[in-house]
Unconditional design. Structure first.
Length: 360
């Protein structure tokens, strides 16, 4: 007698096996052709943060961490009482965030000026870049290091958030705690922190077509916006496109006249505090990728960033390094790759230009 249960069972196994084969084939094909270029990048190569968030493989600009300069800066763990000309404190722009060639702008300062430059990363317990400087000053650590100059830096989109708030002028973190943290600040290569041994079967294989199709309908998805440019500014396949971190656009509303004025007041107060100790304050707001390239973005509905225009005319007790004013002429000459196509950070070309034009 014909056994329908056996037939159904075999049919189920066949259909399930076929589905599994098709699904695995999809993963294998997508991973091999596309997502492995993002997820399976091996040391010492590095792929930028914006591509990792947007899955736009045509923007990949693989970078290798290397240093071609004749003098390098010191990271916190390398400090052992040397004479320090400049102390830098900042966010990812100050901590080699873009990776690649000469990723630390501090190395250009060291090489061009023959300075000893010490970079100290912001202390989490202090609460941001300016408060980290206050922690060093109030604990006596700054007096121990005795730099001639302190250079504070922050990505321009975070400027108001870090500097216009009420700062903690009465930090109580001990020198012992801060020196302990400084000794743990070792040089690091971003490529070492990328994903390793990613499986062929992974969720990114589904995200890739989702983002690829999604950007054809709207410019901004979850974390990254993608726009067209009227000029080729990057040495990648999609050379007339640009990836922008979405939060940069969300933060534009914070750059108001009152907020910038309040931030400038705090910077002046910090500068006066340092002058009493014989230390000069330099401040470097790192122009955002959106702000620098905004005049070349096609069909943008977002407002222009007014930060530098609002900050420039204010009275200052500190020296400002106007990165937009320095880099814009390079862009106007058609220079490519001032920023990395796949990253929120600028390249070595920007660092070189900025500190060839900055005099200490």
């Amino acid at each position: 007698m014909f056994n329908t249960k056996v037939v159904r069972s075999k049919s189920f196994v066949f259909i399930f096996s076929l589905f599994a084969l098709v699904l695995f084939s999809y993963h294998l094909l997508t991973f091999t052709l596309f997502t492995s270029k993002i997820l399976n990048v091996q040391e010492p190569m590095y792929v930028g943060d914006l591509v990792r968030l947007s899955y736009q493989v045509d923007f990949i600009d693989l970078k290798k961490a290397e240093n071609s300069l004749n003098k390098q800066h010191l990271e916190g763990a390398q400090y052992s009482g040397q004479t320090i000309d400049i102390l830098t404190i900042g966010d990812s722009f100050s901590n080699g965030g873009g990776s690649g060639k000469n990723a630390f702008y501090q190395d250009y300062i060291s090489s061009i000026n023959d300075f000893n430059v010490l970079n100290i990363r912001a202390f989490p317990q202090a609460g941001g870049v300016p408060n980290s400087l206050l922690a060093l000053e109030q604990s006596g650590v700054l007096e121990t290091i005795k730099p001639r100059i302190v250079l504070l830096s922050i990505g321009s989109r975070a400027f108001v958030r870090h500097f216009s708030k009420e700062l903690n002028w009465e930090q109580n973190i001990s020198a012992k705690t801060l020196f302990h943290d400084i000794k743990r600040m070792k040089p690091r290569d971003l490529s070492a922190h990328q994903l390793k041994n990613v499986s062929i079967v992974n969720t990114a294989n589904f995200k890739f077509p989702f983002y690829t199709i999604g950007y054809t309908f709207k410019p901004c998805l979850k974390s990254v916006c993608k726009f067209s440019l009227d000029t080729s500014f990057f040495s990648v396949k999609e050379d007339k496109g640009i990836l922008i971190y979405k939060q940069t656009l969300k933060d534009l509303h914070m750059n108001t006249r009152d907020n910038v004025k309040e931030a400038n007041t705090n910077l002046n107060r910090l500068a006066i505090l340092l002058k009493e100790k014989g230390i000069q304050l330099y401040f470097m707001p790192a122009v955002s990728k959106y702000d620098l390239y905004s005049d070349y973005i096609l069909d943008s509905t977002h407002p222009k960033d007014k930060l530098f225009e609002l900050l420039e005319p204010l009275n200052k007790e500190y020296t400002i390094i106007n990165t937009k004013k320095i880099l814009l002429p390079l862009l106007q000459k058609g220079e490519k790759d001032i920023f990395y196509a796949d990253d929120t950070h600028w390249s070595y070309k920007a660092s070189k230009e900025i500190f060839e034009q900055t005099h200490f």
